[in-house]
Each structure stands twice: as C-alpha cells, then as structure tokens.
Design a protein around this ligand. Structure first.
Ligand SMILES: [Mg+2]
Length: 226
C-alpha cells in the first residue's frame, strides 16, 4: 500500500451522529486500478488493432475522445463508448475483470455497518452493466440496502441536482449522513446539499501514490474510520 503523509485535518467520525452511510464504488470500495488499466490500456489497445494504428496513436485518439465528455454522464455510459468507439465495451471489460479488487478493510467496514444496522447505500456514477460486473466479481453487493446508478437519476454525482433527486429516492437526513467518495467534485456537490459528514479517499488506486484533499478530511483506508 502506498504510504502518504498523515492528514493534518484528520478527525475521528462521531458515529453516534450518523444514521445513513452513502458509499461510492470505484476508487472508494474497489481498486481504481481496474478502471485505469481498462481505459488507458485495454481500450487503446483494442482501438489500435481495429484501426491498424500504433498503440500510442490509438491512445492519443482515444484520450481526445474521452476529453469531450469528461465529468458528464456520458463518460460513465458503456453504451456511449460502445457506439463512439465501435467496440463491444462490456465484453472488453470482461477481459480485464481479474483486476477488479476490493480495497483493504472494506469488507470489515461493511460488516460493521451491517452489525450496527446503519442504512447503507451504494451511490455510483457507474453504468448498470459495470455495476453488474463488479457485483459478480466481488462480495460487496450483499451489504447494501439499495444500489443507485446516477444513470437512473439523470444526473452525475458531480451535478448539484443529483443530490435532491437521490434524496427523493432514498430518505436520508443530510445532517446525519456520511458520504465516502474519492472524487472531490462529488464531495463538493454533496457539501452544497449540506451532507454533513464527508470523507475523501486519498488512495483510489493501489498502483498510484495517494493524494490528500485540501478541502475534505481524507482517509487512506477504511480502518481509519472504524
Ligand atoms: Mg469513485
């Protein structure tokens, strides 16, 4: 596990104040290495083969295509990529599915939440086909009261309207809710909706050094808030 400087702002969570837990999937519960390898290696490689390009040329082209939709729902939409790139993206994901891994102490953490009978919801920008693949490859699915994909709500988690829309689907009081996410734009949108307890994941990928947030309290491992 990469070592990072301890966060000066680190503060323990007051669990007596928390009734609902909202958890992100990729980078938070699961190792982002899978998604990084998929988008930066697997897809460019398949694109190179399909178009008769070198890997580097294919990667430049593919990164340019990604940039157009960064931060929007389309970025997370496998059907969008299947159409845009002319490749069976869900099938391609299966090829690297062995890289799907649960972060350390996540199962212990989820088990504790279940023991404490805290309402626990998975809230992700991932597309339903990605969620299905990850639920099939990991044991995390059984720990959630509900699983919500932002595609079903019509807004990405980075967007302000996502949070009130989610709250219509899942009853929670922002005052007594904890959100853990590796995305600062997502945490900002949740803060704007007055979700009180926020934690940032500083090490989304096991293969990259962690980076603590300037704005939010970061954790490197769920062990820190258990
Ligand atoms: Mg994430």
């Amino acid at each position: 596990m990469p070592t990072i400087a301890p966060n000066k702002n680190s503060q323990p969570l007051d669990w007596s104040q928390i009734k609902t837990v909202l958890l992100d999937m990729d980078g938070t519960l699961l190792d982002l290495n899978f998604d990084n390898v998929f988008f930066l290696e697997t897809v460019p490689n398949a694109y190179a083969k399909q178009k008769g390009l070198t890997f580097n040329d294919a990667k430049d082209t593919v990164l340019g295509i990604y940039k157009k939709v960064a931060g929007t729902l389309a970025w997370y939409d496998l059907d969008h990529w299947t159409k845009e790139l002319g490749m069976d993206i869900p099938l391609l994901k299966e090829e690297v599915a062995h890289l799907i891994k649960v972060h350390p102490h996540v199962i212990d953490f989820l088990t504790k939440l279940k023991e404490k009978k805290l309402a626990t919801h998975l809230v992700t920008n991932a597309h339903s086909r990605s969620i299905e693949l990850k639920m099939a490859r990991t044991p995390i699915g059984r720990y959630f009261n509900t699983i919500t994909s932002s595609h079903d709500l019509g807004y990405a988690k980075e967007q302000k309207k996502f949070w009130p829309t989610l709250n219509k689907k899942i009853p929670f009081n922002p005052e007594t809710t904890l959100l853990v996410d590796d995305s600062e734009p997502v945490l900002k949108a949740a803060k704007n909706y007055k979700i009180k307890h926020l934690r940032h994941i500083s090490t989304p990928s096991s293969q990259h050094e962690g980076k603590v947030s300037d704005e939010f309290v970061s954790i490197d491992d769920f062990y820190e808030i258990m």
